[in-house]
Design a protein around this ligand. Sequence first.
Ligand SMILES: O=C(O)CCC(=O)C(=O)O
Length: 213
Amino acid sequence: MLRRRLLHGAAWLDLDPDFLAPDAAAVLRRELTEQIPWEQKPIKVFGREVMQPRLVSWAGDVPYRYSGQTLPPRELPPILAKLNEQMRALTGVPFNHVLLNRYRDGKDYMASHADNEPELGYCPIIAALSLGAQRGFRLTPKFTRDKRLRRRLRVNVPLSDGSLMVMGGRMQHTWRHEVPKTLKVKEERINLTFRWVKGPPGWREPKQHRRVS
Ligand SMILES: O=C(O)CCC(=O)C(=O)O
């Protein structure tokens, strides 16, 4: 069952560590490994092009722009369409884009960032399903400039095999998140994030719709 944790900065995080049973998670991870086209893509970091330190894939009805690149629309294969439907039913959010990250081992990582593209709206709700090796998901507040306080308020969420996390409220605007490197992890992990891209690149939530939800 998803349990909600309220965070400073009008943010919330729901977590169900046992969303999928280990057998179901293993089958899904194997199917995704075999059926999804994986690639290592370049992204722009501070204006410089670098390769992403992990494999990625995506599918969605709409283009999604992030880190200086635009992912073109790509039909959801049946395996992702089914999961997307499940996530929509669970959350009531009309997700239309799935981004997948495949961490080959603990050396692969996700740098600190926020999914705060204007096209995701004022309070993006993002559902994240984890399969395989457990990795730490580290949240750092950005509502204070005090470095010591930022460090003290950090939240570490262990994302285990089969876990489901949903982020909402102002999370993407008041916190940053990352999956740090860890040399302890030798196994692979796949993470799927389900997003509702509300409009084409350049779209902005109208002012009258901007409220915390
Ligand atoms: O792998 C994860 O748990 C994090 C994924 C993530 O931060 C993202 O896709 O924006």
